[in-house]
Design a protein. Structure first.
Length: 276
């Protein structure tokens, strides 16, 4: 009997269970044994992968960078969603605030999401610096640490930022590009009231991570099975909609470059250690 591939994922939402149930059943129906365990936070998942308790981890970009740090840059990324490529951070403000660029943020209250969120906190801090502002001196940072351990997966801190902007408690704030799209689609603010005045360069988000000594045949089998999923199959389509992708893609050196800016920012902000 083939060894069961044990996969780790974080339970950031109730939909996580049906997502991984579908993936598990797809593997088992195609003669490849897979099961999964859920963690309450990414720090526990990173620790489990590092100790060999799981074979594969569905990691955020922050968790991936921490795995690289723990393994002296030897951890491997197998796959990601097509939507994990060219992820962006978006800065938003009320339209009537006349904030049209990052330079307009001087002297303003600026909201950052959970401190472990790449898109809403870690990278926005870096982007402010790149644009010539000193985040600690040129503006007043307001932190919304409302979903620590989830690395921004719930989006709660980003919705808290929108709420604070609408209530004039802060002048502007940082959110992820997928959250911005969701806010527009769900009509979470009156049309024209909120403006996106900055979009960052693209970077990469989640990936399936394995340890440097992971069995090559296991990695090959896992990768091929994920890539074989037919998005036209009703059950697979349901899973992909819930997980927010159109297809799975192999991670190449090009995608790995999309994590470099986050690795730099996490090093500069002393966030490489695996702790909440």
């Amino acid at each position: 009997m083939k060894k069961t591939i044990m996969l780790g994922a974080v339970a950031y939402d109730a939909k996580v269970v049906p997502i991984w149930d579908i993936i598990r059943d797809y593997y088992n129906d195609n003669n490849l044994r897979l099961d999964y365990v859920l963690f309450s936070n990414y720090e526990a998942q990173v620790e489990a992968l590092n100790k060999g308790m799981i074979d594969v981890a569905w990691n955020t970009n922050v968790a991936w960078v921490r795995m690289l740090h723990l393994t002296q840059n030897k951890a491997k990324a197998l796959l990601m969603r097509d939507t994990d490529i060219d992820f962006k951070s978006i800065f938003i403000a009320k339209t009537n605030k006349n904030i049209n660029s990052i330079s307009d943020l001087k002297g303003k209250k600026f909201g950052l999401g959970s401190k472990d969120s790449a898109q809403a906190a870690i990278l926005p801090y870096e982007f402010l610096k790149q644009e010539g502002l000193n985040p600690l001196k040129d503006l007043e940072l307001v932190r919304f640490n409302s979903d620590l351990g989830k690395h921004g997966d719930t989006g709660k801190s980003e919705f808290d930022i929108l709420d604070a902007i609408l209530k004039d408690e802060i002048d502007a704030g940082a959110i992820g590009s997928t959250t911005w799209i969701r806010m527009i689609e769900e009509g979470l603010f009156p049309e024209g009231e909120i403006t996106a005045f900055y979009a960052s360069a693209g970077y990469c988000h989640c990936n399936f991570t394995v340890m440097p000594n992971a069995d090559e045949k296991m990695c090959e089998d896992f990768t091929n099975m994920m890539l074989s999923q037919d998005p036209n199959d009703p059950i697979i389509k349901k899973m992909m909609i819930m997980e927010g992708l159109n297809k799975w893609v192999k991670v190449t050196n090009k995608e790995l470059e999309g994590y470099e800016i986050l690795a730099k920012a996490m090093k500069d902000q002393n966030l490489l250690e695996n702790s909440i």
